[in-house]
Design a protein around this ligand. Sequence first.
Ligand code: BGC
Length: 269
Amino acid sequence: MNPTPRLKGQSALVTGANSGIGLEVAYALAMDGASVVVNYVTHPEAADDLVKRIENDGGKAMALKADVSNEAEVQAMFQQMCAAYGTIDILVNNAGIQKDSPLEQMSLADWQLVLNINLTGQFLCTREAVREFLRRGVVPERSCAAGKVICMSSVHEVIPWAGHANYAASKGGINMMMKSMAQELAPRKIRVNSIGPGAIQTPINREAWDTPEALNRLLTLIPYGRIGQPSDIGKAAAWLASDEADYVNGTTLFVDGGMLLYPGFSTNG
Ligand code: BGC
């Protein structure tokens, strides 16, 4: 537990928190004092393991199942969360998937699945969170803001990605949705921002790092010379959710080891 927790008394919901980036984001928020809902849709045992890890380390958490692309399930999850923790202060829209394929082979089902989870899911969860933020308003002892939303985006909100048109479209969509929501909600003291991770070592991109050859190829894209860890994103999320970031509105914080610096141009061009 952080000796001077920045999120004390606040409650946070992290979607897709039973693996990868979401898992370490949920852990980091809990270690900064937030009561955390660990959302999952499959593998309940992984969500339970995280809840136990948080509790063992002095934090507070509970697991809730909901498919973020299903309106009724999202609404039920928010009701359960508010019944247990009273309200929500922080939403991390993290749940996301890839269903990669060359464009000419991409099925409509795979296009829609990725857009539904990655983009519509963020809309549905943000709408419910914002309804509660507006109902409750600012509680100055907890935070300067009435609520904070963090959208998990990607370097691929900027970098085009062949073979991943559905995924890149979802991340580009998150960028403009996040900025529009931030513009709309800032006057009501709600902060909306994104984190744009680069290559983070998680199951979603296993084939990019699980052999030395693949990892070396990947590292040519990362000026800082290492693959990212989920905890790199956890630390960024805890800061962005805290009042230390109170003046940060409508921006994407890229956490990518310099992937966006066009490393291909370091010796050419
Ligand atoms: C993707 C990963 C990829 C990374 C960098 C992420 O958004 O989910 O598969 O390794 O971007 O390209």
